[in-house]
Design a protein around this ligand. Sequence first.
Ligand code: ATP
Ligand code: MG
Ligand code: MG
Length: 382
Amino acid sequence: GATIGILGGGQLGRMTAMAARSMGYDVHVLDPDPDCSAKPVASRVVTARFDDPSAAIDLAKGCDVVTLEIEQIAPTVMEAVAQHAPLRPGAAPIWIIQDRVRQKDWLAEHAFPVGEFRHAESADDVKAAVQALGACIVKAAHGGYDGRGQAHVTQAADAAKAWEAVGARRSVVEQRLDLALEFSVLVARRADGQMAVYPPARNHHSSGVLAWSVLPADVPKEVARTGAEIALGIAEGLEIVGLLAVELFVTTDGRVLVNELAPRPHNTYHASERACATSQFEQLVRAVCGLPLGAPTLVSAGAIANLLGDLWLADAPPDVAGALDVATARVHLYGKRSAREGRKMGHLSAIGQSGPEALGRALDAYDAFRPGACPAIERPRG
Ligand code: ATP
Ligand code: MG
Ligand code: MG
């Protein structure tokens, strides 16, 4: 049978590997951690960093196609892989997306709506940005996720502090927007240009980390249509082969803006495993293997709540049985060896007749799961 290579063996690689295995593929994974999440599902784990071309060549030589679950992969590695197996999505879109400065510039140059931003290569640049834009968020060009590598700055006098806290050579400085809500749109695209767009997911973040997500998003039709058009336009413009998740903001003054892009499966579409005819993981396999894309349509409303390491670091253990006693609830654990504060260890999912019902159940399951000392996740307003 055919073999799929995955750069990255975290939870996204693990769940992609599970889908690929179900479809009859063999899976080889490259990850720096020999005990990575995807290990039990992969038939081979190449243990190496994402800037090691020789290890990547070793992986690619045994694969028919190579995809990825992270975008921080050295360009030399992407080039090396591409000489031995098709790399999907390609090196060109990953190179743009993996750098926030390049990504933001690309979006603005191609007339996709983004909030106001400036480039910064010094504390003085941050100061000038804050003087021009008001309260801002400084985001490192490389490597940030779950809100890491970012600092808020409200006044010009604090620019140097924020610059040092981020500790990057290059950053974007974004105007801090007043958000009405956040949503995302996932697109799958094949090499021949055929695309499928998922219904929008509504997302809630807490301290920069996704807390819950619900499918479908309760946004006006017009907002959903705008989001889908934007996501399809970006996937086409970047010639993505695989998946593209677009994170979007609706501001309190009604603007729909792109926050950032992810060229891979996305935490905000974990509910697609239960809510959609085709899960995002199966869809990635289909897209990169040139199989027919599956229907992205909803078969139910669905929601997820993330389980962070904090839940395992509390005095009492989490109550798995209590969570599973909630109607339709399921638990999805990523098999990570050690819990750390803020680390994504798994998620809970639930389905329902409506988004609010599915989300209510996922959050009820979360409340049952969490040890007493851990705070509840914020529920949607209204
Ligand atoms: P991810 O884990 O999604 O990769 P990240 O670390 O790349 O996250 P962002 O998506 O840039 O971080 O920001 C995390 C969250 O912070 C956003 O989802 C949003 O809630 C908030 N945020 C980011 N940028 C802005 C902004 N310009 N104005 C207001 N809120 C923002
Ligand atoms: Mg990000
Ligand atoms: Mg984000």
